[in-house]
Design a protein around this ligand. Sequence first.
Ligand code: SDX
Length: 428
Amino acid sequence: MSEIASLEIDGEKYEFPIIKGTENEVAIDIKALRGATKGIITIDPGFKNTGSCTSEITYLDGEKGILRYRGYSIEDLAEKADFLETAYLLIFGELPSKEVLAKFEADIKSKSHVDEDVKKILDGFPKSAHPMGVLASLTSALIAFNPDSEDVDSEEEMYNAIVNLMGKFPVLVSWALRKKQGYPLDYGDDSLGYVENIAKLLFKKPSADYVQNNVVIEALDKLLILHADHEQNCSTSTVRVVGSSHAGLFASISAGISALWGPLHGGANQAVLEMLEAIKADGGDTKKYMGKAKDKEDPFRLMGFGHRVYKNFDPRAKIIKVAADEVLADLGVNDPILDIAKGLEQEALNDEYFVKRKLYPNVDFYSGIIYRALGIPTEMFTVMFALGRLPGWIAQWREMRLNKEPIGRPRQVYTGENSRPFVEVNKR
Ligand code: SDX
């Protein structure tokens, strides 16, 4: 592979360095392009061909269906790790020793209290409010109650802001759910592990003792690991760009939550269940919905299918599909929606339109079926995605800040009106 890329414009030749990553990904470094060419830039809507950064956190191979966090395969981590040690790995780069993990967990627990006054903000929301909007708002509101976490520069200040948010975020997630349920708002239980505490925050009923279900805990832990990071996706890029202005960690994560909310991104897991429910209500007529998905006149898309990077199976979807069978069997849940999903998948995998466009099930296609079996309402599915993605967003924000990356400010090509004189209103 050459180390130089050449560009010729109007007989002028320009050369730019080629960089290569540790997995042999190759990029043309065009940092000097605009200066060298006296103003020429590139344009790439949706950044389909554009790298925003180099990163040491997550590696994806879309053709081979490979996903690794800091070099560890998603298959190994989903089977052998737990969510908190995976969070530590993503943020700090190494799997922690028992002692380091215990300190990380203790530091998180020491910061898990959310100021009672935050409940007054929550009170202002109608029960009908979407929990992603509630979560984005409360995450941003936390800034007012945690000024020390706002303007952080040193690694120690960043660490304190990180454990602060890791401690408080599950409480906010729980409050977003319990607000809709009309349940009392709890602070969790420091005697429990990180994911055990999340389960208790989500599932404890006001009028009954909480009984821990290890099938639920293990399923939650695996789902949170599978959602923990995914390199420069829409919401992570949002976190990095917002953080690049030196807006604080909480503000950057709040922006990431809003980006994840969209149905083309994290909101797809809710849209998948709504789509499957519609197909079920329609007598299970999957062929009709396949036809809608292929009809260019119809805005309907097969939610949970397709991916910007994976042009093969999303490795997470494979793991979640197996887990869905296991969890539903362990919980004794028989959900016809799972059969409709499997039928839809088989049809799509054998359909020319989907095969030609390399559209496979992604992480969102089966995850909602497990969330539903765990008793999580459909509107909370994307909130669960955010809960899993939190350590990935934090890791990417921290890497961007430690690398002292410049503020994210893309260029554009103007295609509007040329200069023209102002016209008085009585002459228009
Ligand atoms: C996530 O980026 C990440 O890593 C995201 C994520 C993460 O972990 O952070 O993996 C999580 O967001 C997963 C994706 C969840 N979204 C959905 O399931 C929504 C449905 N899928 C899509 O809308 C779509 O596939 C995207 C948004 C995921 C990817 O869109 P691209 O890469 O911009 O592809 P495209 O829209 O240009 O589609 C290419 C072709 C088009 O047809 P043609 O114009 O070539 O004829 O494929 C078609 C599209 O119409 N197409 C679909 C389709 N997805 C793409 N047609 C029907 N149903 C679909 N789902």
